[in-house]
Ligand binder design. Structure first.
Ligand code: NAG
Ligand code: NAG
Ligand code: NAG
Ligand code: NAG
Length: 800
């Protein structure tokens, strides 16, 4: 599970699932208008109940069903009107409710919860055993030092053996940070940090973990790094430790930790600014049979500096490295100058060592003053696990997954500020983001992420409710190629059942290749059509000189689209490849014909679409009837086949071309009307005219030439008719002086139909029509559309 510094920046996401609410991606959501700020999550041991600390309430949700989350119990717990009124005088009214920020199991029958309670934190025991029919609050007590006052202040809490360990601020202003233990019985006194020496420097608490093997609790936070006194307000991330066996000193360090020590966590690549702000951390227990030292902590970090704003990094730290740093040397604080130095000193005691409560005052004074480890904890595998330049990750959960080949893979679920959950697998040669799911739409001030390994479910808590989604939905991949290309260790192709299934146990028959994603090797089965070629494809009717745009659906975000034409190259002069993988060109006789688009990913190619671009029927076409009939028949198919926006998954079966009886250059009588949903046919219906740039004229275009001649002839004829008319009028005027007026003009106008009407509409022009001179005074308006005389196209008495 390591990544070299060169390859770790692969952060393109393979698949983007449609946003919540769309049919392809059902997210199971719990929300209700009177339940908000559902951000403190606690899973029951069996994984069937999710306890939620919300605003003014604690909920028990039944999450055992796949398709729904239901509310089983609700305990309301809000400050009194008077408390709220007083709180509102000094704080924002919106921050005054009781935001539940601590929710932990005390024992099998009781929960312990603490809330901000109108800036006056309170805690309560809650009966939660399965046989009780309701959540019931027993006694409530002061929560100072266990829960923050301000709901926007971060805190951490964990219970071990019925005792509560917390990291929070213990005053209204947020100036007194403390790591403390509560609820001890008998000789187990409550402990806290000695605050005379500044063991913590304005910390932001992130998380805490109990390591049973060591009987230690590790706290993770960021704080001002006083040892870097040459940089003002330089924030560092820390890991600190205490022993659960600690009971404080006898005289020195009475009721104070004797086992507190802290060290810097470094998430930094060589020669780059560190990602110094820890945002979240999760621990990955060692694989079965491995030593506790192999425990890994995966942390999400962001940076204090604006050059790295919007970026985030993931680093992993091993327990072995943390232990080594804590058992090494410690920095020395100069009491007068308040400066840290690394002066080598005689060790009177080992700071951070458990069992110092009976130690001498001298030893305890030593550990009291030496609590900052000299060394920093560096990332396991000597590098950052992942850097994202696009996502501001803020939450992480991690799981080890056994693939079909029995190898173990580390899967990270990373949640960004803006609501994107990335499922990521760590591979030898880098990081592969399997998919992206949008779990909420508006950015959230606080959110939480919880993983249930036994239930294979991820929970996301936000201000608006709780969302649950399976760690994998293998049926989403519906071909062997898709299943293998996903490189999802949870999923493998079952050739017998012909479906992508969840891997469980040893199943050697399953096809999977998490490391390589090699489809050709993994999917060697008859059912898979690796390449689909030939066939006429989708018909696209265009006029010459129109701009044609062909669409090529992508297999995934990592795929590349390729275009091919039979027996010819696609030269860059004629074809424009679009960013979305499409192809654009001007329709000329040279560019008519077949086009094939393929999507290539990881060495595997799949035909996504085949098009036949041909010319629309023109009035002079030799076979107008059959062609227009063909186009008409195709219209409904095109409407059905239009795919929606966004990437679509297509099976190789789905893109087998339909069998229209069309041959290039000749329209057959039985076109296809298949509207297969899976077929990625997107005919070009919005063909726009070529306006900018020069239209490409066909060098050998017979049709085009014919039209040109016709137009020229028409022009000449119009001119001729005009001249004829003028002459005629002149003659008429001359004649009116000698002869009486006749009514012939009106009759002549009527005689113009139907041939002239047809000519007016401009549909049909025959150059071989017999000469006919338009008579009448109104002839001028119809003159240009009018009639011709002389088969040679000239008026006989007008020289050209
Ligand atoms: C759990 O803790 C509560 C509160 O301390 C106590 O009253 C109860 O007896 C305990 N239950 C068990 C089963 O230990
Ligand atoms: C500490 O010392 C006292 C007497 O000196 C002894 O009774 C007690 O057991 C010791 N505690 C531990 C944990 O060793
Ligand atoms: C509580 O939720 C509301 C939205 O429902 C949000 O505006 C507010 O910031 C949340 N408060 C805290 C403390 O997270
Ligand atoms: C899994 O994916 C399939 C196919 O997209 C979908 O029909 C099913 O509802 C999904 N199941 C869950 C639990 O998301």
């Amino acid at each position: 599970a390591s990544a070299g510094p060169d390859t770790m920046r692969s952060h393109a996401c393979r698949l983007v699932r449609p946003p919540p609410g769309s049919p392809g991606r059902p997210l199971v959501h719990f929300g209700s208008p009177d339940v908000t700020n559902t951000t403190t999550l606690l899973l029951s041991g069996d994984g069937d109940t999710l306890y939620v600390g919300a605003r003014d309430s604690v909920l028990a949700l039944d999450v055992s069903r796949d398709d729904a989350i239901s509310l089983t119990h609700r305990l309301d717990w809000s400050p009194s009107e008077k408390d709220l009124e007083q709180c509102g005088l000094v704080s924002f009214q919106a921050d005054c409710p009781n935001f539940i920020r601590v929710l932990q199991f005390l024992n099998s029958s009781h929960l312990y919860a603490c809330g901000t309670f109108a800036f006056s934190p309170r805690c309560s025991y809650i009966v939660c055993s399965t046989d009780s029919t309701t959540l019931m609050s027993l006694k409530s007590e002061e929560g100072r030092g266990r829960c923050p006052y301000d709901p926007y202040q971060r805190n951490t809490a964990i219970t071990v053996d019925g005792e509560l360990y917390t990291g929070t601020v213990a005053d209204y202003r947020g100036n007194r940070p403390v790591i403390s233990r509560h609820l001890g019985e008998g000789s187990r006194v409550d402990l806290k940090l000695d605050d005379s020496l500044g063991w913590l420097e304005d910390p932001t608490f992130i998380g805490s973990t109990f390591i049973p093997d060591e009987e230690k609790i590790y706290f993770f936070f960021s704080e001002v790094g006083r040892e870097y006194d040459f940089i003002e307000k330089f924030i560092v991330s820390r890991v600190s430790q205490i022993c659960t066996s600690d009971v404080g000193g006898q005289r020195t360090l009475q009721k104070r930790w004797t086992t507190f020590a802290k060290a810097q966590l470094l998430c930094q690549a060589d020669g780059e600014l560190p990602y110094n702000l820890i945002q979240d951390i999760d621990n990955l227990p060692p694989a079965e049979g491995a030593a506790a030292d192999d425990t890994l902590f995966y942390g999400v970090f962001t940076s204090q500096w604006s050059v790295n704003s919007g970026r985030s990094a993931v680093c992993s730290f091993s327990l072995a490295d943390i232990r080594a740093v804590f058992s090494g040397n410690y920095k020395v604080l100069n009491r007068d100058s308040l400066q840290w130095s690394t002066r080598v000193q005689e060790k009177v005691a080992n700071p951070g060592e458990c069992g110092l409560h009976n130690a001498s005052d001298n030893a305890l004074r030593f550990v009291k003053e030496n609590f900052l480890a000299d060394d920093s904890v560096r990332p396991a595998a000597r590098g950052l696990t992942l850097v994202s330049t696009e996502q501001n990750y803020s939450k992480v959960v991690v799981q080890r997954v056994q693939a079909a080949n029995l190898r173990l893979y580390t899967v990270l679920f990373l949640l960004s500020d803006s609501g994107f959950l990335h499922k990521t697998v760590l591979l030898q040669d880098g990081v592969h983001i399997i998919e992206e799911v949008q779990v909420f739409e508006s950015p959230q001030p606080t959110s939480s992420l919880k993983l249930s390994v036994p239930k294979a479910t991820v929970y996301v808590g936000t201000s608006d409710g709780v969302v649950k989604l399976p760690t994998a939905n293998c049926s989403f991949y519906w071909t062997c190629a898709q299943c293998v290309l996903a490189r999802d260790p949870f999923c493998a192709w079952d050739p017998a059942g012909r479906e992508c299934v969840r891997v469980s146990g040893v199943q050697t028959a399953l096809r999977q290749d998490v490391d390589g994603g090699n489809v050709e090797e993994a999917c060697l089965s008859a059912s898979l059509t690796l390449r689909t070629r030939s066939g006429p494809g989708e018909l696209v009717s265009v006029s010459l000189n129109e701009v044609v745009r062909l669409h090529c659906p992508a297999m995934s975000r990592l795929s590349r689209q390729l275009w091919e034409r039979p027996n010819s190259r696609l030269s860059a002069d004629l074809y424009l490849r679009l960013e979305d993988g499409g192809l654009m060109f001007v329709a000329t006789p040279a560019t008519l014909g077949h086009y094939l688009c393929r999507s290539a990913e990881n060495g595997y190619q799949q035909t996504m679409a085949i098009y036949l671009v041909r010319q629309k029927s023109s009035p002079v076409a030799q076979t107008p009837t059959s062609f227009s009939w063909f186009t008409r028949r195709l219209v409904p198919t095109q409407t059905v086949a239009e795919p929606g926006p966004g990437p679509r998954l297509l099976s190789s079966e789905g893109v087998v071309p339909h069998q229209a009886d069309v041959k290039q250059g000749h329209a057959g009588p039985t076109p296809s009307t298949r509207g297969n949903q899976g077929t990625p046919r997107q005919p070009q219906r919005n063909l726009s005219l070529w306006t900018d740039g020069e239209p490409l004229l066909a060098p050998r275009g017979p049709c085009y030439l014919k039209e040109l001649v016709v137009v020229s002839v028409l022009l000449v004829l119009c001119f001729s008719v005009l001249v004829t008319l003028v002459l005629y009028v002149v003659r008429l005027r001359v004649r009116t002086r000698t002869a009486p007026l006749g009514g012939s003009a009106g009759r002549d106008t009527d005689r113009r139909t139907p041939v002239d009407q047809e000519a007016l509409s401009g549909n049909k022009v025959s150059s071989r029509r017999n000469g006919q001179v338009v008579h009448g005074a109104h002839g001028r308006e119809s003159a240009c559309n009018g009639t011709l005389s002389g088969s040679n196209g000239h008026l006989p008495n007008i020289p050209i």
